[in-house]
Design a protein. Structure first.
Length: 317
């Protein structure tokens, strides 16, 4: 074979330079696409922050944030183990709002109202906007995490109106939505090997449960996938132990993070966790829900039933 034919097989230096340049252009286009998706997501959420009316539950979680902010401002760190307004939900997202409110002067505490009450007529400003912006940032970071994997998927999430709404108000959704996404994506990146990604996945799942229990279903998805992908050919006890051990260790780490991030549980973990978790099942049998006479599918996203007459105001389309 001649030298010329060898070069044609191996490729010329110009071919390598062109290929390298094309890869560089592709990387920059991907970066620009991700930045554009994040900008769109943030813009839509900040617009929702300013335009959405006060909704159900925003008064509850703003009040919870005010209580945390006041305790921290007074240096009463022990109060974090006793404060958790609306104990049916864990406190992490409420605590995040409290930390944000520290940057503002105190305002009159939002009044305590029954869970069956409608949206508050008004809430203190700029405290409402500050808390909403915190939620919007968390929602935008969720979009960023997904866009790093797939800019198109990130775009779909970024413009999804239901998601925009619940990550632009003083709700519990934005933080656990972010951490549950990180938990799944970090697990996928780890390839089920014990490395920093798998540790991040477990930690993110613990934070997810400390934000809102429902979002911890992401952990069930991870466990099912993990066990399915690693199921041993031989069902001997030692092989089964090796199969289950890493999953159990990952779950144990998530539980530790959940407990650390939930100071309300520290004084009485079993009792308070039981009361918090069992509240939801008991509430579905309460007079409020029974009088609404709704099918089970209607009791989904929020802790209050969506009555047909209230659908328009409740979901704020």
């Amino acid at each position: 074979m001649s030298i010329e034919s060898d070069r044609s097989v191996a490729g010329s230096p110009n071919d390598y330079q062109r290929g390298s340049r094309d890869r560089g252009v592709a990387r920059w286009l991907r970066v620009l696409a991700i930045l554009a998706v994040v900008a769109v997501a943030l813009g839509l959420r900040l617009r929702a922050v300013d335009l959405l009316p006060v909704d159900y539950d925003e008064d509850d979680y703003l009040r919870a944030g005010q209580q945390y902010a006041e305790a921290i401002r007074a240096g009463d760190w022990a109060a974090l183990t006793e404060l958790n307004y609306r104990t049916e939900h864990p406190p992490l997202a409420k605590l995040a709002y409290g930390l944000a409110l520290l940057a503002l002067p105190p305002a009159d505490e939002v009044p305590d109202r029954p869970t069956t009450a409608g949206p508050a007529g008004s809430l203190p400003e700029p405290h409402l906007r500050m808390a909403r912006v915190v939620a919007a940032i968390a929602g935008t970071l969720e979009v960023l995490a997904l866009a790093l994997v797939s800019p198109l998927a990130g775009l779909f999430l970024g413009v999804h109106t239901f998601t925009i709404k619940y990550t632009s108000q003083v709700m519990l959704e934005a933080l656990p939505a972010l951490t549950s996404t990180v938990a799944v994506l970090a697990y996928a990146r780890s390839r089920r090997r014990w490395n920093g990604w798998l540790i991040l996945s477990a930690a993110a799942l613990g934070l997810t449960a400390a934000g809102k229990y429902l979002y911890a279903i992401a952990g069930i998805v991870v466990v099912v996938h993990w066990l399915w992908e690693t199921y041993p050919d031989r069902r001997r006890p030692r092989a089964l132990a090796r199969w289950l051990a890493p999953v159990l260790l990952w779950g144990a780490l998530a539980l530790v993070v959940f407990f650390v991030a939930n100071p309300f549980l520290w004084p009485a973990p079993v009792e308070r966790l039981r009361d918090s978790v069992l509240f939801h099942g008991e509430y579905t049998q309460s007079d409020t829900v029974q009088q609404a006479n709704l099918p089970p599918v209607s009791y989904t996203h929020l802790t209050l039933p969506t009555m047909l007459a209230q659908c328009r105001s409740r979901w704020s389309p």
